[in-house]
Design a protein around this ligand. Structure first.
Ligand code: 13P
Length: 251
């Protein structure tokens, strides 16, 4: 059966010292209790190796927030999937709406990133989600279906089974405006159905689909109670160990 997962996405926040302290705090909070979900933190590239050194990998997963769409070579400033893996990280967030919106990441580019992540044994947390206009004009289901099809549906069922998906409605990210539990459930059930049509029920049932967008300790229990919501990808609330743990404990 699919896993419940709460993953943090720190985005471009924290200096190295602040990040290491935050990771230590989360790691400390996980000592002595076993959550009913996997817990992951997605941190800036610069922090990966140092954070890896202070966490218990059996209790807390570590991921990057991006990786390059090329294997290696003359790509100044880029960080490859192999480099990410060499730090000890085992996850990578890919296709976040901020990457799509501000850095022009297309489905074609994302396809390469996903392939390289898998080649390096990184678990992609692949983000999809519609903008406000698409929510309001009613095209949101179709938009998300297209994002999944374009970037992921050339994969084998075996490779697709290694992914975690994260539905993040862009209008809910960092806005304080969360999707309702019913809105999230509608989309998550739809996504699972799209997967089932392509790869069959077993793959669909085993795929963890996380919700992201202004998720916090107060709304997480309702969201996570929905049958197709398998956890959260947490931005702002993951920058404070107590609020992040509050969401972990929603399971
Ligand atoms: P917030 O939780 O800050 O809305 O961010 C969500 C997100 O983008 C996680 O990837």
């Amino acid at each position: 059966m699919r896993k419940n997962i709460v993953a943090g996405n720190w985005k471009m926040n924290t200096t190295l010292a602040e990040g290491v302290n935050l990771a230590k705090d989360v790691n400390e909070a996980l000592k002595g209790f076993t959550p009913n979900c996997d817990v992951v933190i997605g941190v800036p590239f610069t922090h990966l190796a140092s954070v890896n050194a202070v966490i218990d990998a059996t209790k807390l997963g570590l991921g990057a927030e991006n990786c390059a769409d090329h294997k290696s070579g003359a790509y100044t400033g880029e960080v490859s999937a192999a480099m990410v893996a060499s730090t000890g990280a085992t996850y990578v967030i890919l296709g976040h709406s901020e990457r799509r919106q501000y850095y022009g990441e297309t489905s074609e580019i994302l396809k390469e990133k996903v392939a390289l992540a898998l080649e390096n044994n990184l678990t992609p947390i692949f983000c999809i989600g519609e903008v406000l206009e698409e929510r309001e004009n009613g095209s949101y289901l179709e938009v998300v279906k297209t994002q999944i099809e374009e970037a992921l549906f050339e994969m084998s069922a075996e490779d697709f089974s290694k992914l975690i998906l994260a539905y993040e409605p862009v209008w809910a990210i960092g806005t304080g405006k969360t999707a309702t539990d019913d809105q999230a459930e509608e989309m998550h059930a739809f996504i699972r159905n799209v997967i089932a049509e392509k790869y069959g029920n077993e793959v669909a049932e085993n795929t963890s689909i996380l919700y992201g967008g202004s998720c916090k300790p107060s709304n997480a229990p309702q969201l996570f109670a929905k049958p197709n919501v398998d956890g959260g990808l947490i931005g702002g609330a993951s920058l404070d160990a107590e609020s992040f743990m509050g969401i972990v404990k929603a399971f």
